[in-house]
Design a protein around this ligand. Structure first.
Ligand code: FAD
Length: 319
């Protein structure tokens, strides 16, 4: 049985026919993991920090909470000033009771650090090297694992057709098929069965240079919510590249659904002209009130309320 399986794999990997196996694909976004809370430890910690005041705050908040990532963010923020309830910190005379008010206020002040505690892990499949090259420019608060085209020898080319090339689909297909056929002709000129793994790796790595930048590949991307918010804002803007807009449009919708408080201040705008052009990324996500986008004039941050009597302590101050 193992011998038969091996020969099957070989024939799939190096097609002998001239027929191209190239296929058009669409980028896919999967949220494959997110931060989870150890509730026993958290409850013990809150009892230690704030006894009944903190544990009853937790019981009320957990009940209303939609995600552990948001709960974790709020706990991290409230620990800064012991604002789990009145009485724990003599400087605090009132607190924001609801998680929505608390997170909204933190976002409007720009206190971003508490949003670094919870993370999400995405798998982006069928994305081009164009997209992955842009994605990895975001360095802060991320972890990246990308399909290695030194090790993985492609069996056939998969390719996403951008809307601007839709009318030229036949021509694009023909070009990519020719590349694929030429690639396989060159690939077949090596005696793969006689090569050791190191030699296979070196030749696979050398051969990838003739592949198009648009070839579909995969990447796993983990980021904290502060980073995800930043990247959504930058990569769904109208001037961002179409494929990364397409992917981060999906990310933004997932995040708004899964973490409604953390992404509450994101609003999306339907871009009619894009729809008319057949563009699938017809929305732009923007943060209300603050915007670090360097390609547009950023509106001023809302003024901070510095009156200590009126102001509820919500999270760690910036700077
Ligand atoms: C529409 C668009 C067009 C683009 N065009 C080009 C282009 O033509 N050529 C090109 O090379 N790139 C281009 N880029 C990429 C862009 O210049 C950034 O490299 C990329 O978007 C990463 O964003 P970031 O700098 O915010 O980094 P991130 O890693 O996402 O950092 C997040 C934030 O952390 C802070 N930060 C990060 N690193 C540092 C640091 N070393 N020192 C101090 N503060 C830091 C900054 O406030 C930064 O905004 C483009 C991006 C977009 C969205």
């Amino acid at each position: 049985m193992p011998r038969k399986l091996k020969s099957d794999i070989k024939s799939r990997q190096v097609p002998r026919d001239k027929e191209s196996q190239m296929e058009f694909v669409e980028p896919q976004v999967y949220l494959i993991a997110e931060s989870k809370i150890n509730f026993d430890q958290l409850k013990a910690m809150l009892a230690s920090v704030g006894e009944e005041t903190a544990t009853s705050w937790f019981a009320r908040t957990k009940e209303a909470s939609k995600s552990e990532g948001e709960l974790l963010t709020e706990v991290a923020g409230r620990i800064c000033y012991k604002s789990f309830g009145v009485g724990l910190n003599p400087n605090v005379t009132k607190i924001r009771e609801s998680s929505r008010d608390y997170i909204d206020n933190t976002l409007s002040k720009g206190d971003g650090s508490i949003f670094e505690h919870a993370t999400c892990t995405f798998a982006f499949l069928n994305v081009s090297r164009v997209l992955t090259h842009e994605l990895v420019r975001h360095r802060v608060g991320v972890a990246i694992s990308q399909e290695s085209l030194r090790y993985v020898r492609p069996t056939h080319l998969r390719f996403w057709l951008p809307p601007d090339l839709q009318e030229k689909k036949t021509e694009v297909k023909s070009i990519v098929e020719q590349i694929e056929q030429n690639y396989h002709a060159l690939e077949r000129s090596y005696g793969w069965d006689k090569l050791n793994f190191d030699a296979k790796k070196r030749i696979t790595s050398a051969l990838r240079r003739v592949m198009p930048e648009g070839m579909a590949t995969s990447i796993v991307w983990s980021a904290n919510h502060r980073t995800i918010r930043h990247v959504i804002a930058m990569r769904t803007t109208e001037s961002a590249e179409i494929e990364i807009r397409f992917v981060f449009d999906k990310v933004a919708r997932m995040m708004k659904e899964r973490f409604p408080l953390i992404y509450n201040d994101f609003e999306f705008t339907e871009l009619e002209e894009r729809r008319e052009r057949g563009d699938q990324s017809t929305t732009r996500f923007e943060r209300r009130g603050w915007d670090f986008h360097p390609w547009r004039d950023a509106p001023a941050l809302p003024p901070r309320d510095l009156n200590p009597h009126d102001r509820e302590v919500t999270g760690c101050q910036v700077g």
